[in-house]
Design a protein around this ligand. Structure first.
Ligand code: SF4
Ligand code: SF4
Length: 200
């Protein structure tokens, strides 16, 4: 009969048998971490502001005079009022998404030949928060914000709509547009979370 090697119990030395050497080694690790600085937070009582480039709930930037150059071309074919979502219904975000069915984008053609977006919805239950849709948007309309509390008791609430997205976009830009585009808010914030990083 073939003897299975992995069933063999390791032979313990006399010291390991008498004073539980491995148990003491384990306790040493426990005590070492017991006196270390805590890096976790007491959520939901303590909430950290994520860095600007955090990939949170999506939003739409509005037409506010800060559009990229591409919008001056694409926007000509659109009926978009000031302070309204600057989406041009190009479907690039949907094309780039690994789960395209989570998008519902609809637009109509007006009598003057211009286009108007009538629906923009995203079902975040299917979203991976990968950010590919944001990268694909040619007019810097679709963004991801620092909002991370998106849990809900109701599935319907997980579908975000254009009006809410525009509100979130306005709020995000008001709070953070001028902030430097970096992964951490500042070095102090990074150190608070992760301690001093020693590069090796
Ligand atoms: S973040 Fe990724 S998965 Fe979510 S909508 Fe954008 S492309 Fe799709
Ligand atoms: S890529 Fe941007 S402009 Fe195009 S449909 Fe998506 S959000 Fe609208």
């Amino acid at each position: 009969m073939v003897k299975l090697k992995f069933l063999d119990r390791p032979k313990l030395s006399i010291w390991e048998r008498i004073i539980f050497l491995d148990f003491i080694k384990g306790l040493r690790v426990t005590f070492k971490n017991l006196i270390r600085k805590t890096i976790t937070t007491k959520y939901p009582y303590e909430k950290l502001t994520p860095p600007k480039r955090f990939r949170g709930v999506h939003a739409h930037r509005v037409k506010d005079g800060n559009e990229p150059l591409s919008f001056s071309v694409l926007g000509k074919f659109m009926e978009i009022g000031y302070d309204e979502s600057r989406c041009v219904a190009c479907y690039m975000c949907q094309q780039a998404c690994p789960m395209p069915t989570l998008f519902k984008i609809e637009a109509v053609q007006l009598p003057d030949g211009k286009k108007r977006v009538t629906k923009f919805e995203m079902n975040l239950l299917n979203c991976l928060y990968c950010g590919l849709c944001v990268d694909a948007c040619p007019v810097d309309c679709l963004i991801m914000t620092d909002v991370y509390e998106s849990a809900s008791y109701n599935r319907e609430n997980c579908v975000i709509k254009m009006d809410d997205m525009s509100d979130r976009g306005r709020d995000f830009d008001r709070r953070r547009l001028k902030e430097k585009d970096r992964i951490w808010i500042d070095n102090e914030e990074r150190t608070k979370l992760w301690g001093q990083i020693r590069w090796t």
